[in-house]
Design a protein around this ligand. Sequence first.
Ligand SMILES: Cc1cc2nc3c(=O)[nH]c(=O)nc-3n(C[C@H](O)[C@H](O)[C@H](O)COP(=O)(O)OP(=O)(O)OC[C@H]3O[C@@H](n4cnc5c(N)ncnc54)[C@H](O)[C@@H]3O)c2cc1C
Length: 291
Amino acid sequence: MSEQTPEPGQAQEQEHGRTRQGAPQPRRVVVVGAGMAGVQTAVALREQGFTGTVTLIGAEPHQPYDRPPLSKAVLLGKAEGSAFDVDFEALGVELRLGCAALAVRTDAHALDTSEGPVPYDVLVLATGAEPVRLPGTEDVPGVHLLRTLDDAERLRPVLAGQQDVVVVGAGWIGAEFATAAREAGCAVTVVEAAGRPLAGVLPAEVAAPMTAWYADSGAVLRTHARVAAVEPGAVVLDDGERLPAGAVVVGIGARPATGWLAGSGIALGEWGEVLADDRLRTGAPDVYAVG
Ligand SMILES: Cc1cc2nc3c(=O)[nH]c(=O)nc-3n(C[C@H](O)[C@H](O)[C@H](O)COP(=O)(O)OP(=O)(O)OC[C@H]3O[C@@H](n4cnc5c(N)ncnc54)[C@H](O)[C@@H]3O)c2cc1C
């Protein structure tokens, strides 16, 4: 391990005066979250010569996968999945899938998971984001999110069956889903509370051409349309209009998946994001954040 490529935690060890230059000790790095950021962290550790143990923990049961194809090839049935082309075994990365992190005890350097405690020397937080749900729709049948491989697989029959779909939210997910659903032959109506697509994401002049995506694909875009309720088979707008919907896809944003860090002492920002410095160090010793 060269000085140019310090091991995770080495900087802090140097600050604590504990680094044994030239004789790196085996260390346990635990990466929580097996998405793009977590996988890249594990791979980069090996690429840069880290010889300690690397454990990659992911809540989902699937082999780690890339999300962008979910709203494209996977949704349309053109690809069965989008697993990363990484040989974790050959890299010496231990995968623990279907294992949810529940809490961190930073004093004890221990991660509590659904499968029991996992000790670490260095912990990397890479739990990414989770979709915002439309309040009151949790138990309504036919309401979907699009964040995970399971979500995409649940939506494939909707497209294959050419159901009428109402998409709530004209953001990136709404645009991508609407385009794919139109390609599959579904009738698609997109309802957006703001006056234009991607409001709050891009400036109006940048987002303006994207409004054309909807018309080009044959989707109906309804701006200034606020959802009052979702019932089985229909979306009800706040002016009382009912939009029939064989399926409803909610794409109203995502927020950091950091609820499990409550009480850990790791500082979170206004939106629940992990606060880290320019070297990705959180305020807790030996805990980093990526993604
Ligand atoms: C459908 C879709 C299409 C997209 N298309 C594009 C695109 O075209 N271009 C683009 O730039 N970006 C796109 N994105 C965004 C991109 O996928 C994200 O920016 C990227 O996934 C972020 O990676 P991440 O590793 O930080 O987080 P995530 O991908 O969110 O991964 C975090 C992982 O941590 C796991 N996790 C969460 N909590 C826990 C816990 N407590 N314990 C254990 N594991 C946990 C999750 O299961 C997840 O696997 C798309 C996203 C989606 C959903």
